[in-house]
Design a binder for this molecule. Structure first.
Ligand code: NI
Length: 224
């Protein structure tokens, strides 16, 4: 399941992140690519050893964690350190699939879901869509600044060449407490139904029954 998360960052936060990234050192993205992706990755990445970049990573990750749809769609257990990526004209990231296991030691995680949070205003650059393959064919995603897409890390995906302007985004990966995508979708649907029921002034008894089902499915399926 793929899902668009709207307004993860407000406009003023996007502007602040972009202006701070302006001063960051950008290195070639091949350094952080897995073996399979290295040959097709042509972009730049902000230096994650820089304390100012690390503060931005935390800021954006916290915003994502606060987003109500992120919580129920991803059921996050671990989130990778964010990467801020930058594409200048002619840069692109060819078709690849993400490494299943990432990071070392404490930071080791299984990538169940990937996300891209768009930071550059979509009208400020051309090209640069995130293209995701699914059973229904290719889907090209290009979102407003501050919006994010959550999608299966195991999909084949690419970033189309930027033909004009600069495309800056934050990308990262999530290990879900629910490894199975089908089970995660059942929990997502139940949680959305619960929210709608509460919004429609649903009876306490029905909401309670749904809460019980969601909780007990989590007990059955969640792995910490
Ligand atoms: Ni990828």
């Amino acid at each position: 399941m793929s899902l668009i998360l709207e307004a993860v960052l407000e406009a003023e936060d996007v502007a602040r992140v972009l202006s701070e990234l302006d001063a960051a050192h950008w290195a070639h993205g091949k350094r952080t690519a897995g073996a399979a992706a290295r040959g097709v990755k042509e972009n730049l990445q902000a230096d994650n050893a820089n304390p100012r970049v690390q503060a931005l990573q935390r800021f954006v990750t916290d915003a994502l964690r606060r987003h109500p749809m992120f919580e129920i769609a991803a059921r996050p257990h671990r989130i990778s350190p964010l990467l801020f990526s930058r594409y200048e004209p002619s840069m692109n990231y060819g078709a690849h699939t993400d490494d299943a296991l990432m990071g070392r030691g404490e930071a080791r995680l299984r990538s169940d879901l990937a996300f891209t949070l768009f930071l550059s205003a979509s009208e400020s650059y051309e090209g640069g869509g995130l293209v995701i393959e699914s059973a229904l064919g290719e889907q090209e995603i290009r979102l407003a600044a501050g919006d994010a897409i959550l999608y299966p890390a195991g999909s084949i995906h690419r970033v189309a060449p930027v033909t004009h302007g600069t495309r800056i985004a934050a990308v990262g990966w999530v290990q879900s407490t629910i490894a199975d995508a089908g089970q995660r979708e059942i929990l997502f649907d139940l949680s959305v139904a619960r929210t709608r029921l509460v919004e429609a002034g649903g009876a306490r008894e029905e909401v309670l029954r749904l809460d019980k089902s969601i909780s007990n499915l989590l007990r059955m399926w969640a792995k910490l």
